[in-house]
Design a binder for this molecule. Sequence first.
Ligand code: PGA
Length: 252
Amino acid sequence: MNKKLIIANFKTNPSSLKEAIKLTKEIIKNLKTLKKTNLIICPPFVYFSELKKLARKFKLGAQNVFYKDNGAFTGEIGVDILKDFKIEYVILGHSERRELGETNQDINKKIKNLPFSIIPILCIGERQRDENHEYLNFVQTQIEECLEGINKRVLENLIIAYEPIWAIGKDAIREATALEFREMKIFIKKILTLKFGAKNVSKVRIIYGGSVNENNVIDFVKEGESDGFLVGRASLDAKKFVQIINNVENFK
Ligand code: PGA
């Protein structure tokens, strides 16, 4: 059985290392041995060193990376630094980064520069849904441009997080429904298949993000056939987050 991915995106939280350690300890303290899920926690970069010491039941992931390994790029984190921390996952193209100006082309460069030891979690999703289904073209363009010219080996590990912007964060209109997610998952697979061939895309995992909580995860697993979740706000509340993980773990 394929394990479900549960990815915590702490974003620019918590505000201190002390709180980050406390939150992480609280999460792992209340977790049993994980059998059906792989847990990945993506904190701000500067917390890596300390949180790595706690990383037994989970792996650490990054929230971004630059498209060069190292060099004169003030303020950026290069691939070499992630490698040094043995980071295996990186979120790329989160809508909050796109909002700051990151383009599909930037994301494409980042994916192309990643070593195979680091798995990209590519975020895609439309700002709004329109009656003419233009949003499908928008998502298609995101996929095609972000993955343009990539080595097909990347597809063996690739994770795509479908995160409609209207469902993310405290201003979310609502979460997506499990059915909306399932339809989108089929659509994404179709686009990938047209671009790369069915054989190459069979292993791509497609997960859901946007107002994920302890009450909606099972629907997304059951009806939505989601391969996992990217969790923002609820990952900052240890109790809620553990409940999300346990619900997925206990799902039969
Ligand atoms: P949210 O954020 O769970 O707080 O809606 C999800 C995300 O931005 O990845």
